[in-house]
Design a protein around this ligand. Structure first.
Ligand code: A3D
Length: 320
């Protein structure tokens, strides 16, 4: 069987890291696409030259033409601009919306059967716009945010409890912004929910609240440290986990910005929810039950996403 084809739209910090990870994991042959001439070609060549030492079989090619992504099985979109210190993700909306239009048209013309993972911010609005511009089926277009936000939460929890990160599971749902919803009740260490661990004296409610806030501010903390851009290693790894779930039909249960129509009380919108990813793309939305406090946080986050979608429609009337 021929290797799968993976197209990376945007060859910046995340795009380059995605290419490296996809090659090392031998997920398929890789096309790095960017409007900047030379960048995708240079990164493709550099990573390909690590192959003899790393021992992977994958071809890598840089491209500035959408024709090169033809027939891609997976497209991961990072095209656009990242945050600088002091900026919110929402400040990127105007410029990245135009980029989603160009990318959406490229996908429609050259990769209409791909599973598309959007990473460009502000995430929930951009994945919605990308789906609209591309016209691809909703279950084949998804946004990466929940896997990363949950990984940040899991990392902080593993440090607090001094346990392996592998034994910590966590759910962060809602929009990928200040209103994101880390769900303590659905987050566990080896199956023991966080509220039980507080009762068992493993940590205090105050410390847990601090970890939840640090998770919400996780992206800004890194932007503040890097000063020239935003996080890229963990975002790339998170999208690779989703791509692998699709390519290997793993049926993974992962929190993603997916199109929800009916579940969780939502009618036709993109927001972070638990999903099952397999060969069929987003195969299922997991309709979890929230208590009153969780529901209030989730509703606030949904409203924030709806506000960003309305802003997109105001900027580009073709989306209205
Ligand atoms: P960066 O290193 O600047 O790479 C972006 C690349 O996109 C650059 O190489 C540009 O040349 C390219 N580009 C710009 N316009 C186009 C276009 N029209 N077509 C093709 N390529 C284009 O940024 P990055 O890789 O650090 O981040 C990429 C995006 O991911 C930004 O919007 C970030 O805000 C976002 N991001 C999201 C998360 C989430 O968890 C959702 C996390 C981290 C970053």
């Amino acid at each position: 069987m021929a290797r799968p084809k993976i197209a990376l739209i945007g060859a910046g910090q995340i795009g380059g890291t995605l290419a490296h990870l996809a090659a090392i994991k031998e997920l398929g042959d890789i096309i790095l696409f960017d409007i900047a001439e030379g960048t995708p070609q240079g990164k493709a060549l550099d990573i390909a030259q690590s192959g003899p030492s790393a021992g992977f079989d994958a071809s890598l090619k840089g491209a500035n033409s959408y024709a090169d992504i033809a027939g891609a099985d997976v497209c991961i979109v990072t095209a656009g601009v990242p945050r600088k210190p002091g900026m919110s993700r929402d400040d990127l909306l105007g410029i990245n919306l135009k980029v989603m239009k160009a990318v959406g048209e490229g996908l429609k013309a050259h990769a209409p059967n791909a599973f598309v993972i959007c990473i460009t911010n502000p995430l929930d609005a951009m994945v919605w716009a990308l789906r609209e511009f591309s016209g691809l089926p909703h279950h084949m277009v998804v946004g990466m945010a929940g896997v990363l936000d949950s990984a940040r939460f899991r990392h902080f929890l593993s440090v607090e409890f001094n346990v392996s990160m592998r034994d910590v599971t966590a759910f962060v749902l809602g929009g990928h912004g200040d209103t994101m919803v880390p769900l303590a009740r659905y987050s566990t260490v080896g199956g023991i929910p966080l509220p039980d661990l507080v009762a068992m004296g493993w940590t205090t409610q105050e410390k847990l609240d601090g970890i939840i806030q640090r998770t919400r501010d996780g992206g800004a903390e890194i932007v503040g440290l890097l000063k020239t851009g935003s996080a890229f290693y963990a975002p790339a790894q998170s999208a690779i986990e989703m791509a692998e779930a699709f390519l290997k039909d793993q049926k993974r249960l992962l929190p993603c910005a997916a199109y929800v129509d009916g579940a969780l009380g939502l009618n036709g919108m993109y927001v972070g929810v638990p999903t099952i990813i397999g060969a069929g793309g987003i195969e299922r939305i997991v309709d979890i039950k929230m208590n009153a406090d969780e529901q209030a946080m989730f509703t606030k986050s949904v409203e924030a996403v709806n506000g960003l979608v309305a802003a997109c429609k105001a900027i580009d009337p073709s989306l209205a």
